[in-house]
Write a protein that binds this ligand. Structure first.
Ligand code: NAD
Length: 234
């Protein structure tokens, strides 16, 4: 059964483009990570099995860059919505910039760089911030530590909860995602017909049904939209 739409609820679904202006490369744009690294080698269980040292080195670099980056005006504007709305952020990003901008309610679909975990089925997780992980560094259960991120071919976290949130939102903002990584991209389909639905990115191959496309950089589009929504809440 579909949940009831909550008039004061906003769901933000974010992707790598939101953090591009914080200096963190996206995956698929001209300067995207996949132009410089092979997805199969650094972001799959097979890549990890073949060369864990290279995978750890890749994520050690990503973790340090994310730690050194700062939230931009779009992250900050999204955080300001908490003052007037019930906001749930569902992010594909692993950089932690939503929390550092002050957002309180963030669901991480693809994990977080600032955490490491063991490689057993029920591993412990450790907050490591910017610290590198090296080969031979073990979890308490004796297994090798790895980045606490979801690789291609692994289960995305919190999908059911995320879908329920999208389905009960009166406003949905999708920002900085090419909607090409599944199942995260399928969440837009859960948005309700009567919800106000907006999508911002530089370009979109196909705008999801019912969404209004606002092309442009997140740091100019998102603060203006948030301003309007905050005025409407008064
Ligand atoms: P993607 O690279 O596939 O697409 C990026 C999208 O952002 C594109 O549609 C592009 O037009 C848009 N974009 C680029 N710059 C923008 C800007 N300044 N303002 C607004 N939009 C902009 O990214 P995705 O859809 O998030 O891909 C999914 C995967 O990327 C996720 O699995 C995520 O974990 C991973 N990722 C995360 C980070 C991060 O945490 N910062 C960085 C790289 C990749």
């Amino acid at each position: 059964m579909k949940p009831e739409v909550q008039p004061n609820k906003i769901v933000v679904l974010s992707g790598a483009g939101l953090s591009a202006e914080s200096g963190l490369p996206t995956f698929r744009d001209a300067n995207g990570l996949w132009n410089n690294f092979s997805l199969e080698e650094v972001a799959t269980p097979q890549g990890w099995a073949a060369n864990p040292e290279a995978v750890l080195a890749f994520y050690n670099e990503r973790r340090l860059s994310a730690y050194q980056a700062a939230p931009n005006a779009a992250h900050q504007a999204i955080a300001a919505l908490d003052a007037a709305y019930d906001v749930v952020i569902i992010t594909q990003n692993v950089d932690g910039l939503h929390e550092r901008a002050g957002s309180r309610n963030v669901i991480h679909l693809h994990g977080q760089l600032a955490w490491a975990r063991g490689t057993s089925p029920l591993p412990k997780r450790y907050r490591i911030d910017a610290a590198p992980v090296s080969l031979g560094q073990l979890c308490e259960d004796g297994t090798q530590l790895r980045p606490n991120v979801v690789w291609f071919g692994e289960d995305v976290q919190h999908m059911d909860e995320a879908r329920q949130h999208v389905a009960s939102a009166a406003r949905v903002l999708v920002v900085g995602t090419s909607l090409s990584v599944f199942p995260a991209a399928s969440l837009v389909k859960a948005a309700r017909g009567r919800a106000q639905k907006v999508i911002n990115s530089l370009a979109m191959k196909r705008v999801p049904f019912g969404f209004t496309f606002l092309p442009g950089k997140a740091t100019s589009i998102v603060p203006a939209l948030v301003q309007t929504w905050l005025e409407q809440a008064r």
